[in-house]
Design a protein around this ligand. Sequence first.
Ligand code: SAH
Ligand code: SF4
Ligand code: F3S
Length: 476
Amino acid sequence: MKDKTTEYISDAEMHRQREYIDKIHAEVERAGRVPLAFVETYGCQQNTSDSEKIKGMLADMGFDFCDKPDDADFILYNTCAVRENAELRVFGNLGALKNIKRRRENIIIAVCGCMMQQEHIAKRIKAKYKHVDLVFGTHALYRFPQLLDSVMAGGRIFDVENGDGAVFEDISYKRDGIPLAKIPIMYGCNNFCTYCIVPYVRGRERSRSADRILSEVKDVASKGYREVMLLGQNVNSYGNDLESGLNFPQLLREVCRVDGIERVRFMTSHPKDISDELISVMASEKKICNQLHLPVQSGSDRVLKLMNRKYTAEQYLNIVKKVKEAIPDIVLTTDIIVGFPGETNEDFEETVKILKTMEYDTIFSFIFSKREGTPAAKMEDCLTDEEKHKNFDRMLEVQNEISRRKNEAYKGTVQKVLIEGTSKTNEEAMTGRTEGGKVVNFKGGCCSVGQMVDVKITDARTWSLIGEVVKQNLTN
Ligand code: SAH
Ligand code: SF4
Ligand code: F3S
């Protein structure tokens, strides 16, 4: 199988990086104390997956992990640039580290991820955050062992490059626990929605070869993972950049063939790339979860055009109609932006209308945030901040009522729940997800993480369901 554009980091280069890992490991052993790393991740699942790779490298170097920067020898923030508030939090956290560095000057402070791919940010850190020892961008991730080695030798390193960045393989992940494994199937984005920074900080679409993806799925299955989430900024355009090989629906079919994997999810899908083939594979493959995250962003055709989303509200409605016909119990979620430049109150009403028509289970909604270098940053606003916030609050009110109503409908039903852990709010309770991805909290005791159990839903909240176990699944 020949890849048209996907460039991989060579085996020789990865071997060189592994030598740095071994070198640091030897130094750690010599020091006779296990160093602690604190890694905090912002942003989307792609970043979470990148952090799992970095943590894998750190674990191979002999690091253990801690929950507080105060305890750490190595502190890393893996950053997100998608909205301004994510960036402000990183700067706030970095500022607070000045004191820790003053007290313990041997600690190493590092920042990586999407924010660092923006020149003005990297420059600002270089000039104003002198206690930061290492800055590296998304494309330099595979070089992390070498960069850390240089910093340990006393350097202050900035390694940010533009371009697309080659894909690297063969590293050990330190994944978040069983049962869910996140597997990137492609990197970057070609869509250039006018508000979005992602194509600038993550480069163009690069699909991994199906062979490599499938061997990773088999690997996680052999390690006891029951569910995989296939990741990409636009997963359903998977393979468009490859000369030959599988398209996304075909890849999904192959992933479903892997023994041991019981659930397959994917995100994010772009409406323009939802094909009939994809809908029919989703409907026919039992392992593919009845869940679709399909960002609509706005209900106004005028705004969708300004956003460069490449569909109209009617086209979107028709796609969802087809999906619902094929998979009647689909759990549908979306992303919405309120206050896009040029959006009027009439445009906003179209968004409220589409929410009422679609009846999404959940929405992820954001007030537009100006991103330097994107076309929307130069567009003129129609509404004041106050009007935008008022619209935002009203939209949430409308949606919360819908979400609550949709969850109420689950009362009395029995759902298959894959257990993910103990509940965040009550240690005696277990938490897991339905096939549709809804969080269910229920009394534990009988079962363990990674098990599939039948749970009767007894109560509903806006964001989650409450239940009790009626049967442990015999396949466990
Ligand atoms: N590739 C995915 C995810 C992109 S980022 C997709 O296409 O859906 C996740 C969400 O953040 C987007 O769907 C959008 O709703 C929101 N977003 C992106 N840029 C934004 C901006 N500048 N201001 C506010 N929200 C934004
Ligand atoms: Fe951003 Fe649009 Fe690409 Fe999603 S599809 S990452 S919103 S440019
Ligand atoms: Fe943020 Fe980068 Fe993801 S900008 S949303 S972490 S790809």
